[in-house]
Design a protein around this ligand. Structure first.
Ligand code: SAM
Length: 497
């Protein structure tokens, strides 16, 4: 067993300063295992329906997220196939029935409060925890843009988004500045789940413990301030901006918001509900740090300008933020603050994505495939061709020209001369009963395991494209030829589970 990486002593010393008489309970909570959570994909089934079919034990409902449960580690050892890791390997996971996520992280999308039909932007989206949650809350209606700046983090985002099966999602790979240049004040809601020092993840992420330093906290605060400044341009008048981190450091939380409010008089804090175990924002902690907006600790910082101080009185709007702590609730550390842009005349940005019509031959090929294989229609005005690929795009999607678009919608498949070959995202987008040819497997059968290994499966029936299901849940494609279903499950998909 490798030596556990110690929690940085300076971090503990800071926390004892901030938490005062709550510190012993906090320090004790750091000696416990992290809490795991499972959020049901309500685009596909309800939490109660999942409860009836759940293959592993579920704990309590998460108090601030109706569709989620805590996961209780099984008493059986992992080698018997029933350990806590199992939910990440189960066919239901690959079918997009749920997302595994720290319960505290589930607060952000709930507090953002997206509604069906709105325009929502997740500016820092990978690996897709908040994006998938927002997609479910929007019931697949409206437009959800999930942006990720780091190309190497895109794969996980794409896989998670594809198996979620939302019809209103676009993924872009851009800097916040370029997103702002393209869209302007277009969105009803924007979430900035900012890169941070990760103090709230210390129970589960050893790397975060290793990387942590006060300098890192200060560096993150600068980066967060810059991202939030750009995000402000993307919110329509009257719209909302949610800022969240998974760190306790007030330099990265309250101080970032305080600086933002100083620079943006057209925004104000909308107080969040103080739900079970939440703690309000703590502006007074800023005076216990050495950073701007506080810092009476070191002489270097004693001469502060008025600009660098925050009024931390009882009415301070920063108290409308929420802090989540592992000693107060079942989850890791998190911070969230909701800002609203004051109302005013909205920019009228209408730039619908008009793309060339689908050529006649491809249109016929697609129709033939659809009639033979699918029991569901896709409105023609939402179909777009890109190269030889066919996508089902969100309703009223704007023109995305000039942006690096990773996914413009649900990838339905590819035209190959006079054939149409369905893509994996179409399989996991389908709901039970929406395919004409089905190979129905039991999730714990040997055939299921063989399907994941890429093997062909003997199966009599109608030849052609066949949807492989796990207990009825669409999972991937096969093609039946002469009593054998050839395997079209994408290689490499399982590593993302
Ligand atoms: N929202 C994600 C989720 O729930 O799964 C987690 C987001 S993670 C906390 C922060 C993200 O910000 C990372 O994906 C990181 O690549 C991205 N990021 C890093 N630097 C950035 C920058 N300068 N601008 C925008 N995003 C950045």
């Amino acid at each position: 067993m490798p030596e556990p990486i110690p929690i940085p002593p300076l971090f503990l010393e800071r926390m004892s300063r901030f938490l005062d008489n709550e510190y012993p309970a906090f320090a004790e909570s750091l000696t416990h295992d992290p809490v795991h959570g499972l959020r049901v994909n309500t685009l596909k089934l309800s939490a109660d329906e999942f409860l009836k079919i759940s293959p592993f034990p579920l704990g309590d409902k998460v108090a601030w997220c109706d569709s989620a449960f805590t996961l209780t580690p099984s008493p059986l050892p992992a080698e018997e196939g029933r350990g806590i890791r199992e939910p990440g390997k189960h066919p239901y996971h690959l079918a997009g029935l749920y997302y595994l996520q720290d319960p505290s992280a589930m607060s952000a999308a709930e507090l953002l409060g997206p509604r069906p039909g709105e325009r929502v932007l997740d500016l820092a989206a990978a690996p897709g925890g908040k994006t998938t949650h927002i997609a479910s809350l929007m019931q697949g209606l409206g437009l959800l843009v999930a942006n990720e700046i780091k190309t190497k983090r895109l794969n996980h985002l794409v896989v998670n988004v594809e198996r979620w099966g939302a019809a209103n999602l676009v993924v872009t790979n851009e800097t916040p500045e370029r997103v702002a240049d393209r869209f302007g004040a277009y969105f009803d809601r924007v979430i900035v789940d900012a890169p941070c020092s990760g103090e709230g993840m210390f129970r589960k992420d050893m790397r975060a413990r290793l990387d942590w330093s006060e300098e890192m906290v200060a560096g993150c605060a600068v980066r967060q301030t810059n991202i939030l400044r750009v995000a402000a341009h993307l919110v329509r008048p009257g719209g909302h901006l949610l800022y969240s981190t998974c760190t306790f450091a007030p330099e990265e939380d309250e101080a970032v918001i305080a600086r933002f409010l100083q620079e943006h008089p057209d925004f104000e804090v909308e107080a969040l509900p103080q739900l079970a175990g939440f703690m309000p924002g703590k502006p007074e902690w800023l005076s216990l740090t050495t950073a701007p907006f506080g810092g009476n600790k070191s002489t270097e910082h004693t001469k502060k300008s008025k600009k660098d101080s925050v009024d931390s009185g009882e009415d301070c709007p920063l108290r409308g933020a929420v802090r989540l702590f592992p000693h107060r609730l079942s989850g890791e550390g998190h911070f969230a603050c909701l800002l609203q842009r004051k109302d005013g005349p909205a920019d009228e940005l209408t730039f619908p994505w008009r793309s060339a019509k689908i050529p006649t031959l491809e249109w016929k090929v697609w129709q033939a495939f659809r009639e033979e294989t699918l029991g569901v229609d896709f409105p023609s005005e939402r179909l777009r061709m890109q190269g030889d690929r066919l996508y089902f795009v969100p309703e009223n999607v704007p023109d995305l020209k000039g942006l690096r678009v990773t996914i413009p919608g649900v990838w339905l498949g590819n035209f190959k001369k006079e054939r149409f070959e369905p893509a994996h995202p179409l399989a996991v987008f389908l709901r039970p009963g929406q395919a004409r040819n089905v190979l129905a497997l039991s999730s714990d059968s040997r055939e299921m395991a063989a399907y994941f290994r890429g093997e062909s499966l003997p199966s009599e029936g109608r030849p052609g494209w066949t949807l492989v299901t796990a207990d009825g849940w669409p999972l991937g494609w096969g093609k039946r030829v002469q009593g054998v279903v050839k395997n079209h499950f994408p290689r490499g998909w399982q590593i993302y589970s």
